[in-house]
Design a protein around this ligand. Sequence first.
Ligand code: FES
Ligand code: FE
Length: 452
Amino acid sequence: KFGASPTDELIDDIRRDLDIGLIAPAVFSDPDLYQAELRRIFTRTWVFLGHESEIPNRGDFVQRNIGEDPFIVIRDDNGDVRVLLNACRHRGATVCRVQAGNARMFVCPYHGWTYTNSGELSGVPVRNLGYAKLKLSDWGLYAAPNVAVYSGLIFANLDKDAPSFEEYVGDYAWYLDINFHLSEGGMEVLGEPHRWLVDANWKQGAENFCGDSAHTQMTHRSALQIGVADLSSAGAPKPDAGVHVHDISGHAVSIRRRPGEKPFFSYPPEVKRHFRPGALNEQQFALAEESLLHNGTLFPNFSFLHIGLSEESGKEEAGFLTVRLWMPKGPRQTEIVSWILAPKEASEEYKRRAYRIGMSSFSPSGNFEQDDVSVWPGGARTGGSIFAAMNHMRYNYQMGLGDMSPLPPKEIWDGPGIADSSNAGEGGLRSFHKTWLKWMKGSGRNVADPSN
Ligand code: FES
Ligand code: FE
């Protein structure tokens, strides 16, 4: 489907490297690879865009990108969520000029072509004189052919022949459900999303959330030292406390738990009492009960972290969920969009606290966030180093690979996917890059099928 190009040769080299747990810095910085990602990954995978709570009313919209293409994510007059390319069909001008709002119509600022909030062209100035034969129905805004809403999360796919969202998520739904359906009401978004720019490649955040447990002790040491997080088992190879589950229909999750106890993501009893199996089966519920944290990435650029932290040292941790979108803005820049969520049934007072904790940890003003975004830029910048290239530099993703580790992966564990039996592994990250390769080779349509 894609003619062989220098990029394809590079991708073949990347595949050979990954087999032995190595990754070329170019993966995080090369402009040609990045262009190929925009075409091969972002036009065909299910891409996260936002949360329904941002657009509760008819006409409400927000702007988000798929790859670098600008889209208006809008609830139209029929109540349906539409994802419309923000480009006038007349001469390409940007039709919608604000990041969020409410609109019945969009009037293009160039020559006044007017579109309804479902994207149809409804009027053209001097139509009777100049465009008597123009068929309005042929000239609507381009719309993503596939839109899916899962637990309020809005995803779109630009490939009209794409597999359904359910098929794409596959077994990973087992883990998403644990995090989004603990209580009957599910998770509620608190406030508006935060957005900020980072000088890093979009895959650096995405791969990190697949299970980079080893960075916690180092990057976030100061946060651990002041006592806002009790992750005492972080980074230590305790076989049952931490697992990295990967190759889950192409996606990955990292889990830390206290077997035999019921920390339930550190939610206090007043919140925990609302948790019941409901949408979960017994096995899922049992895992939720003993869980301290889950973080994961649904390929390509949707990540979440469910954790208990504290807003100040000495105060008990409280659970919250953060959801994020890693929007590519060039090979070495990413716009992060991030939401804070809490169980719907929790009290207003609890939600305010959960929001404060989220703000003080995983937001542009958060301690954990600042730690991460201070180290990621190096991974992208080193891709431009000539001396590194002269030395054929490869990044090391070998932790826990093959004979590097005395602890073999559990081929089968209680849930779907393959679990590394300790935190001393990078299997989740390797799994992310394996999925990346499948799409970059143009053969990743059904990521659940390894023979594909
Ligand atoms: Fe939009 Fe001309 S470019 S009306
Ligand atoms: Fe981190």
